[in-house]
Design a protein around this ligand. Structure first.
Ligand code: ATP
Ligand code: MG
Length: 331
C-alpha cells in the first residue's frame, strides 16, 4: 500500500456503519501513510440522490461530513482531506472514462439497480456514479481503496477501467484493490436486514443524541425464536450481538453469549451493555465534534489546504491523460 483514496457522500448523517466499515480504517491508514492517504467528501456523488440532495443544505452537510470525519480521528494535518468539487479534475477524468466504459457494465451494478428501484425518475448521473468514483481513485493513482463491502463491485469496475485505459493509451494507472475491515465489512441497519445506509434511514448516527440511540437499541429486533426468557437463546439470531461485537471487548462478548445461550440473561440486559460500550466509543467523537464546531475556520482552512495538495497531484495526472488520449494541448 503506497497511495490510498476513499470517500464519503454528504448524503445524510454519518453513521456507525460508515465509521466501522470505512472511517476507522482510514484513521489507521492515515497514521501510516500521512499525506499519501487521500480522503474526500464526495459532494458531486451526493447530487445523484434526489431524495437526500437539497441545494439549500448540501454545503452545510459537506462541511459537517468533513467535521465528523475529523472528530472520528482523521487528522487533516497528517492526511489529505478535501472536498471532491474543489478538485474539478475528478469530473474531467470521469468524462474520459465514460468513453471507455461499456454501458452494460454500469447497468449491472448492484448499487445502481437498488437505488434506481427507489427513484421515480432515474437520471444518468446515478448510472455514471461508478465512473466518477473510478476517476476519484485513479486520478491519485491509488493502489488501495478502504471501503465497505457494498463498494467492492465498484472497485472491480475501477480496475477494469484502469486496465482498458492502459491497454488503449499506454501504462498509466495501477489496478487498485479494495480493503475491507474484516471485523465490520457490512454493518446491518437497525431493521436487522438491509445494509445500514444514510439514504435508508436505518442508521445510528455518530452524533445522534444519546436518548435517541438508546431508544433505537431498545427496539432492535430480538431473536424471534426466543419467546420466554427461560428459552435458550441463540446469539446469531439477533443483531444485538452483532453490534456488541463491534464495540465491546471480545471476552465480554463471549461471556454474554454464553449466558444468553443458557437463558441466564435476556436481550434487554445485553442491550444495556451494548449501549454503554457503544457510548464509550462515540462519546470522545462527540466531544471532538463539539470542539471543532467552535472553530469552523480551522475545518474550512484544513479542507482548502487538503484540496491544494490533492489538486497538484490531480492536475499532473490530467496533463498525462490529455496527452495520452491525443488532445490538442494548449501550449
Ligand atoms: P448512501 O445511502 O447515501 O449511499 P452510505 O451510508 O452508503 O450512504 P456512503 O457515503 O455511500 O454511505 O459510503 C461511505 C463509505 O462507508 C463507503 O466506503 C461504504 O462502503 C461504507 N459503508 C457505508 N455503509 C456501510 C455499512 N453499512 N457497513 C460497512 N461500510 C459501510
Ligand atoms: Mg452508499
Amino acid at each position: 500500500m503506497t497511495r490510498v483514496l476513499s470517500g464519503i457522500q454528504p448524503s445524510g448523517e454519518i453513521h456507525i456503519g460508515n465509521y466501522l466499515g470505512a472511517i476507522k480504517q482510514w484513521v489507521a491508514i492515515g497514521e501510516k501513510l500521512g499525506r499519501d492517504a487521500f480522503f474526500c467528501i464526495v459532494d458531486y456523488h451526493a447530487l445523484t440522490n434526489p431524495l437526500a440532495y437539497d441545494p439549500a443544505t448540501l454545503a452545510q452537510r459537506t462541511f459537517e461530513a468533513a467535521l465528523v470525519n475529523m472528530a472520528a480521528g482523521l487528522d487533516p494535518e497528517k492526511v489529505t482531506l478535501f472536498v471532491q468539487s474543489h478538485v474539478p479534475e475528478h469530473t474531467e477524468l470521469s468524462w474520459v472514462f465514460t468513453t471507455i466504459t461499456p454501458l452494460g457494465d454500469l447497468t449491472r451494478m448492484t448499487q445502481f439497480k437498488d437505488k434506481a428501484a427507489k427513484q421515480e425518475a432515474v437520471w444518468s448521473g446515478l448510472l455514471m456514479y461508478p465512473v466518477l468514483q473510478a476517476a476519484d481513485i485513479l486520478i491519485y493513482k491509488a493502489d488501495t481503496v478502504p471501503v465497505g463491502e457494498d463498494q467492492v463491485q465498484h472497485i472491480e469496475l475501477t480496475r477494469e477501467i484502469a486496465r482498458r485505459f492502459n491497454a488503449l493509451f499506454g501504462e498509466t494507472f495501477p489496478e487498485p484493490e479494495a480493503l475491507l475491515n474484516p471485523e465490520a465489512p457490512r454493518v446491518p441497519g437497525i431493521d436487522g436486514k438491509a445494509k445500514m445506509s444514510k439514504s435508508l434511514g436505518n442508521t445510528i448516527g455518530l452524533l445522534e443524541p444519546e436518548e435517541s440511540i438508546w431508544r433505537k437499541i431498545q427496539h432492535l429486533p430480538d431473536d424471534p425464536q426466543r419467546i420466554r426468557l427461560s428459552d435458550p437463546g441463540e446469539p446469531g439470531r439477533t443483531i444485538v450481538f452483532t453490534y456488541l461485537s463491534y464495540f465491546a471487548p471480545k471476552e465480554l462478548v463471549e461471556a454474554l453469549k454464553e449466558e444468553y445461550r443458557k437463558a441466564g440473561i435476556g436481550t434487554l440486559t445485553v442491550k444495556r451493555i451494548l449501549f454503554e460500550e457503544m457510548m464509550k466509543v462515540l462519546r470522545p467523537i462527540r466531544e471532538r465534534a463539539e470542539e471543532l464546531k467552535k472553530d469552523p475556520d480551522y475545518v474550512m482552512d484544513a479542507l482548502l489546504e487538503g484540496a491544494k495538495r490533492a489538486r497538484a497531484v490531480a492536475q499532473a495526472t490530467m496533463e498525462e491523460v490529455r496527452e495520452k488520449v491525443g488532445l490538442l494541448l494548449p501550449s
